[in-house]
Every structure is written in structure tokens, then in C-alpha cells.
Write a protein that binds this ligand. Structure first.
Ligand SMILES: Cc1cc2nc3c(=O)[nH]c(=O)nc-3n(C[C@H](O)[C@H](O)[C@H](O)COP(=O)(O)OP(=O)(O)OC[C@H]3O[C@@H](n4cnc5c(N)ncnc54)[C@H](O)[C@@H]3O)c2cc1C
Length: 554
């Protein structure tokens, strides 16, 4: 099927007539339009629902007036709900012209055509030409992107949108109470209770899909192409992407496994100002997109929505296990799992997460903050960036900081930006003590950390950036980690000059190598790492150097 050609649909219960109309239409309009033919109102509506889900435009509907079960008028009335911009004409016999004239008012009919219409050059084409001209003026362009229908305050709708955005899948967002949102739900035979609804560019309707299904249906790879690699990289943040670029470009068979979206924390940064080579800053999404393209250009395989839950040593193989029970093996593994956000320890936050309370990312929700007063919690760079970014959308941004000020925790360039932005207010010595709201966040209780006095403020949005913990719990008992869970590597593994327990080789672990030979760690997940994009990328590259050294010695 040609995806974006506008549709001309004709419906007539007499198969002979139906075929004849379609033939005449095809002859003149077939090159630039898709001609769809149906023999009942119900069949035609079914075809229209499918076309709606595929995002194709419908330009003209030609319906026979007298059809059993569903008349042409009834059909056109229902078709208008799906395609209000389509132009409409009735095919009538001479005796029915009165009814057709009345229909002009009832369903806003554009034309009626008397049967037979021979020759079409005189009777049919001039009418269809005019209908097409009217339709073109309405600018009903095709939808080629994935479409998401949801509720503004639904946590699942937010998660689905966030997943698509972070994986650079372009999508059109519609709320269930917008007319076009309602039309899509109707086309899929659903109502508001089924959101989020995801409609793929192929026209498949997915009701509240899980991450893995969603990833697979929007064209992201979720399972490895083969079962053995030179290196498996776990985590698709800057460290993992850096490792993937260097590994693949140097000829290693490489697979990168990411459980959510490539880019990691950096992918959620609205503007990274201190990464080498970008004097004007670069958004995390842009940097990620470039890195991912670079890695795949060199032949790295990238899996998304694949959660790694186990690592085992089988002889010289390192075997990585997935949450769904699958496995992939390699000579070496690079652990680049970074860190995950700490959550607010305040009653009620779980229920309101995704419904006004958001962790880590401000990008997806920023447009919804227009003209709102929003709150950001945290005193480090990530919170500062989010405050500056949100100030472009929101009426006022309040940055809640536990400490006396930002000087000790935030870069100076950001402090300056915040100071120069009129609609950002910094509230030092302030913590969130309570959250409240029925369907979504409505109020916050703020507490003065010095005096203990509290104040309740109305708030619809709270963005939280309060530190993070490493994503390494699944490595327990396999590789050594420090007290806080960060992976120990190289010199950190040598206690009093002694190699780690069970270490089988006659050499010390390499600089980024863990307590299991051939398993390396890079980026924020590594103990004593510098928590920066540049250092994560650098460690990813360095880990691959050490992978080569390890492989050469095998
Ligand atoms: C909002 C924000 C703004 C920032 N701004 C800057 C800045 O301006 N400059 C700067 O230098 N630094 C900045 N940082 C810090 C920087 O982003 C991090 O230091 C960097 O992203 C660390 O990279 P990483 O690859 O080690 O880990 P991460 O970026 O944390 O990536 C780890 C990835 O591994 C995945 N993962 C975790 N566990 C698993 C698993 N079991 N299976 C599969 N995948 C898994 C995660 O989903 C994630 O995508 C910012 C951080 C944040 C949050």
C-alpha cells in the first residue's frame, strides 16, 4: 500500500456500479490517489478505520444513497467522525434528488451525482476535481509518525512518550479528549479507558504496550542477531556508546544492550555545555543521536528495552542473562550501567510519579508547563540545567535546595545563568516535606531546613534531581563492588598489594578491569569515577583498549 497518497473511497452495494465508479476514478486519479472500493457502508467504515490508523488522508467519499442496512447518508455521517476534512458526495437516482438536496444541510454534503454519470469526463470528473480542490484547501496532510493517544496526567502515557522521545522515535501526541485523539480511539474500536494507545506508522493499534513490545513495534532491535560476540557492552549511556564506537570501529563483534533508551543520564540533559568540541553546548538528545548513528555505522548492534539481570563465567566465555530468560555470550563484557535517580522519600510520591512528579528528565513534559509555576528539587548541575530549560516554558521556576546555596554543588556557568534568568527563584535551606493531589500533583509542603517551619504551595509540576545510586545490584556475588555498590576496578581491587580473592591470572587486573578477568567497567557505575559525560566517554574508549590487550593475551 502506498502510505501517503490521499484516498478516494467509493461505496455502492451494487458490485457492478461499485466497480465501474472505481474504474473511472482510477483512470483519472489513480496515479496520485489511492482508490478504495467497498460494497456496504459497514465495509467502507472498516476500511476508513484502517486508513485512519495508518495516518493516511482521505480526500473524497462517494457513497450510494440507497444501500440496505446502512444508507449512504448514515455512512457519510459516521465517516465524518473519522475524517471531518474529507469531501462528501452522494450517488443518487433521479427519484432521490429531493433527499439528496436535504442531505446537503443535514450532513453538509458537498455534491450529489446522478446515476448514470456517463460520460465521466462531463459528469463525474468535474465534480471530483472540485471536491479535491476543496479538500486540498483544508491542508489535510498525512501522518507518517507513530501516534500516541493518552491522558495528560497519566503516568503510563508519560512513560510511553518518554520512551519514544528518548529513543529518538518521532511521534504525534494527542490527548484522549482532543477530537483527533477521539477519532483514533474510535478507529481502533476503543474508548478513553484504553489509553495510552500507540498507533504505529503501519496502522497497528497497541493498547498500553510494554516497553519491549513498544520497542520492537516502532522498529528498535530488542534481541541479539547472534549468540556470541567479542564484547557485550551493558548500558547505552556515554560510557557504553563510547565503548561501542571504539569497539566496532576497531573490528570487534560488538553488541550494546540498553534497558531503556540510549543516552543514559546524558540523553536527558537539556544542554551539556562542557563537552569538548561543542562551544555552544549540545542537547543530550542530539549528542546521543549522533553517537548511536556513529556506533551503528561502524557495525555495532544496539539492543533497546533489553534488561540485563545476570552475568556468569563459563570457561573463557562471559555470559550475560536478560530479564526475559535469554542469554548472549562474549569473550569480554563492559559494564557501563551508570546510575539511577534517587527518589524522594516523602509519602504519596509513588502515586503521583508521572502525574506531576518527574525524575531526571524535564524534556518531555516541558511544553505542558507553559504558564505554570514549577518546582525543581536539587542543587547539582542536573537540577540547574533543568531549571534553566524549564524557565523557557514555565511562568516561574522555583529551585529548592537543601544547602545554604548552590556554590558548592553547581558549576559556575550554571549559577550565572540562573542568576540572569528573571523567572527562576532559588530557595536555599528548603526541602519537600509533603505532596498532595487527587488525580495529579496539586500541592507541595515545603519545609525550612533551618527552622522546621512549613508552608503549603499550589504546584502542578515537581522535577526531582537529588542524586543517584549505581545500577549494579544484579552483579552481587559475581564482581566486587564497594559499599555503595560501585564496581571496583584495577588498583582499587588490590588490598595491601594483594589481588582479589579468586583472581586466576598471573597479573594484576588492568586499570578498568573488575574482579573477574575480561569484565571491565566504565563511567558512573565504576567506583571512584568522575561523574561527567567526557570522562564516561573516555573510559568507554579506554575499556576497549584493555579489551584488546585481554584478547591478545588469551
Ligand atoms: C540531567 C543531567 C544533566 C547532566 N549534565 C551534565 C553535563 O552538562 N556535563 C557533564 O559532564 N555531565 C552531566 N551529567 C552527568 C552525565 O550525564 C553522566 O556522568 C554520564 O551520563 C554517565 O554516563 P554513563 O554511561 O556512565 O552512565 P549513564 O548515563 O547513567 O548510562 C547508563 C545506561 O545504562 C543503562 N542500564 C543500567 N542498568 C542496565 C541493565 N541492567 N541492563 C541494561 N541497561 C542498563 C541505563 O538505562 C542507562 O541508559 C548530567 C546528568 C544528568 C542526569
Amino acid at each position: 500500500m502506498e502510505a501517503s497518497k490521499p484516498v478516494l473511497l467509493t461505496v455502492d452495494d451494487d458490485p457492478g456500479v461499485s466497480r465501474a465508479v472505481a474504474r473511472d476514478l482510477r483512470r483519472r486519479y489513480g496515479q496520485d490517489h489511492r482508490i478504495v472500493r467497498a460494497e456496504s457502508g459497514r465495509q467502507a467504515l472498516e476500511a476508513l478505520r484502517e486508513i485512519k490508523l495508518r495516518g493516511d488522508p482521505v480526500a473524497v467519499l462517494l457513497a450510494d444513497y440507497r444501500m440496505p442496512q446502512m444508507s449512504g447518508l448514515e455512512f457519510l455521517e459516521q465517516a465524518m467522525d473519522l475524517f471531518p476534512n474529507a469531501r462528501r458526495a452522494l450517488l443518487t437516482a433521479y427519484a432521490d434528488t429531493d433527499a439528496a438536496i436535504q442531505a446537503i444541510n443535514v450532513i453538509d454534503l458537498d455534491h450529489y451525482l446522478l446515476k448514470p454519470w456517463e460520460p465521466p469526463e462531463e459528469k463525474l470528473y468535474p465534480v471530483v476535481d472540485e471536491l479535491l480542490e476543496l479538500w486540498r484547501a483544508a491542508d489535510d496532510t498525512p501522518v507518517t509518525a507513530t501516534q500516541v493517544v493518552g491522558h495528560r496526567w497519566s503516568a503510563r502515557s508519560h512513560e510511553v512518550r518518554d520512551f519514544l522521545a528518548r529513543n529518538s522515535v518521532s511521534y504525534r501526541w494527542l490527548t484522549a479528549d482532543q477530537p483527533e485523539g477521539r477519532r483514533l480511539l474510535e478507529a481502533a474500536g476503543l474508548d478513553e479507558s484504553s489509553v495510552p494507545l500507540v498507533v504505529t506508522p503501519d496502522g497497528d493499534a497497541l493498547v498500553d504496550p510494554g516497553t519491549e513490545e513498544l520497542a520492537a513495534r516502532v522498529g528498535l532491535s530488542t534481541t541479539p542477531a547472534t549468540d556470541f560476540y567479542d564484547t557485550v557492552i551493558i548500558g547505552g549511556g556515554p560510557a557504553g556508546l563510547g565503548a561501542a564506537v571504539y569497539a566496532a570501529s576497531e573490528g570487534l563483534r560488538t553488541v550494546l544492550v540498553e534497558r531503556e533508551a540510549t543516552g543514559g543520564q546524558a540523553g536527558q540533559s537539556s544542554r551539556i555545555e562542557n563537552y569538548l568540541g561543542f562551544p555552544d553546548g549540545v542537547s543530550g538528545a542530539q549528542l546521543t543521536d549522533r553517537a548511536r548513528r556513529q556506533a551503528t555505522k561502524f557495525g555495532a548492534e544496539i539492543l533497546t528495552a533489553a534488561d540485563v539481570t545476570g552475568l556468569a563465567v563459563r570457561g573463557s566465555s562471559r555470559v550475560v542473562g536478560f530479564a526475559d530468560g535469554g542469554e548472549v555470550a562474549a569473550h569480554t563484557v563492559v559494564l557501563a550501567t551508570g546510575v539511577a535517580y534517587a527518589t524522594l522519600d516523602v509519602p504519596g510520591t509513588d502515586r503521583l510519579t508521572g502525574r506531576g512528579i518527574f525524575y531526571g528528565s524535564a524534556a518531555t513534559e516541558a511544553p505542558s508547563c507553559a504558564d505554570e509555576d514549577v518546582y525543581v528539587v536539587g542543587g547539582a548541575n542536573s537540577a540547574g540545567q533543568a531549571a534553566v530549560f524549564l524557565s523557557r516554558h514555565a511562568r516561574r521556576v522555583t529551585l529548592l535546595v537543601r544547602a545554604d546555596g548552590l556554590e558548592r554543588s553547581m558549576s559556575h556557568y550554571l549559577i550565572r545563568q540562573i542568576r540572569d534568568t528573571g523567572n527562576i527563584e532559588v530557595r536555599p535551606r528548603t526541602v519537600v516535606a509533603g505532596v498532595a493531589g487527587d488525580q495529579h500533583l496539586e500541592r507541595l509542603t515545603l519545609c525550612d531546613a533551618a527552622t522546621g517551619s512549613t508552608e503549603e504551595v499550589p504546584a502542578a509540576f515537581l522535577f526531582v534531581f537529588i542524586g543517584a545510586a549505581p545500577c549494579t545490584e544484579w552483579l552481587d556475588g559475581v564482581v566486587q563492588r564497594d559499599r555503595r555498590g560501585f564496581v571496583l576496578t584495577g588498583p582499587d581491587l588490590l588490598v595491601g598489594g594483594k589481588r582479589p580473592r579468586g583472581w586466576p591470572l598471573d597479573r594484576d587486573p588492568y586499570y578498568l578491569e573488575g574482579s573477574v578477568p575480561g569484565v571491565f567497567a566504565a563511567g558512573d557505575a565504576r567506583a571512584n569515577s568522575v561523574k561527567r559525560v567526557a570522562s564516561a566517554v573516555g573510559e568507554g574508549a579506554m575499556a576497549i583498549q584493555l579489551v584488546h590487550r585481554y584478547l591478545e593475551a588469551q
